[in-house]
Design a protein around this ligand. Structure first.
Ligand SMILES: NC(=O)c1ccc[n+]([C@@H]2O[C@H](COP(=O)([O-])OP(=O)(O)OC[C@H]3O[C@@H](n4cnc5c(N)ncnc54)[C@H](O)[C@@H]3O)[C@@H](O)[C@H]2O)c1
Length: 348
């Protein structure tokens, strides 16, 4: 039985991670939870309470890591605390599943890579959208080589859940970019390192090549936050392929129709979350594969992430995305920030 400590008991921990762990009952158990806000930790602990047994509550995650009887931690903290929690858990020999981003500075990422390698623990980057069936299907097609090496790629993510706005072209008030997300010091940037993190790891995953150059533009147009609320990023890969990432709060309507697109020498593949289109070169129409739509938002991607983390520990197999993948995604995002600031292409 894998014993798990939940670090950070906010929105994503309670709404998405908790149901994922609950589905692993019998194989894994959350024995400790923590949040600096005790009420949040208590609420999270209530989700795991079984007859007579509930997880121990900690308001200090360092104490949880030191004292709780756990094999692994699941980190769901604001971004600026990720590196501290990861390094503490690594030093204590705990396996780690961490929400995106791995951390917010490349020096932190380097320390994490070195520490995780030395400790020999399993580190999994919580890149949950790779488990959307259409994204996983596209990767499988590309890996099989049926379409050749992709040379043009695109990936994007925009808001999905805003209520209708009173002002056309402006998001309604429901933007999530409030609290620690609106503060550059705790967010590590703006929308690109949060919502835009997903299309970034999807693009790199589908490209299957090393990113070598980044050129970006961005700005703050509609949300009240320190960082950018909209970003457009171009990536050049070592094999000559080029890719584009587009993200932001600036789109006031659900614009996630074609979430990703990859074009190779022998054809192309594109889709969103549950629909995958494949069009070999020379064909007039694509074939379409539709997967069952998850009734609870994107819950299945979190269930799959947590299950995959468990399997990686149980089997010793490398997780789909580890600490090096976390570093690579961050490196592209930080290069994009430098490119926006300096108005030039950044070589990685
Ligand atoms: N994969 C996804 O689709 C997805 C979606 C949303 C959030 N996330 C990620 O999950 C993480 C958390 O985001 P959220 O939306 O749940 O934020 P949140 O603000 O709802 O939750 C963060 C929690 O951390 C707690 N916290 C703050 N400082 C702390 C400290 N020093 N010690 C212990 N707890 C502390 C807060 O009290 C809060 O309960 C972020 O990394 C975010 O990017 C991922």
């Amino acid at each position: 039985m894998l014993k798990v400590g939940l670090i950070g008991s906010g929105n994503i921990a309670r709404k998405r991670h908790a149901p994922g762990w609950q589905k692993l009952a019998g194989q894994a158990i959350v024995t400790a939870v923590s949040d600096v806000v005790e009420a949040a930790a208590t609420e999270a602990a209530g989700l795991f309470a079984t007859d007579g047994a509930a997880p121990t509550i900690y308001t200090d995650y360092h104490q949880l890591i030191r004292e709780a009887e756990i094999d692994a931690v699941d980190i769901c903290l604001p971004h600026h605390l990720h590196a501290d929690a990861i390094l503490a858990a690594t030093a204590a020999g705990k396996h780690i599943l961490c929400e995106k981003p791995m951390c917010i500075a490349i020096e932190e990422a380097d320390r994490i890579v070195e520490a995780v390698d030395r400790a020999g623990i399993v580190y999994m980057s919580g890149h949950n959208e790779l488990f959307y069936p259409a994204v996983a299907g596209a990767k499988e097609l590309l890996d099989r080589g049926a379409l050749g090496t992709p040379f043009i790629l695109r990936s994007h993510e925009f808001p999905t859940g805003y209520p209708a706005s009173a002002v056309p072209g402006r998001p309604a008030e429901g933007t999530m970019m409030v609290g620690w997300r609106a503060n550059r010091a705790t967010m590590g940037g703006g929308v690109l390192i949060d919502k835009g993190y997903h299309p970034t790891y999807i693009l790199l995953h589908l490209a299957g090549a090393e990113p070598v150059e980044v050129t970006a533009m961005g700005g703050t147009y509609v949300a009240q936050m320190d960082g950018e609320d909209t970003a457009l990023v171009m990536v050049k890969f070592a094999n000559g392929a080029i890719g584009q990432i587009f993200t932001g709060e600036g789109f006031a309507f659900p614009a996630n129709d074609a979430k990703f697109h990859a074009i190779g020498e022998r054809g192309e593949v594109y889709g969103n979350r549950y629909d995958l289109y494949e069009k070999p070169r020379g064909f007039a129409e694509p074939s379409r594969r539709s997967y069952p739509v998850e009734p609870v938002g994107n819950q299945q991607t979190f269930d799959a992430t947590i299950h995959h983390f468990y399997d990686s520990i149980a089997t010793g197999r490398r997780p789909i995305q580890d600490h090096r993948d976390g570093r690579r995604v961050l490196q592209v995002i930080l290069a994009a920030y430098r490119s926006i600031e300096e108005g030039k292409t950044i070589t990685l």
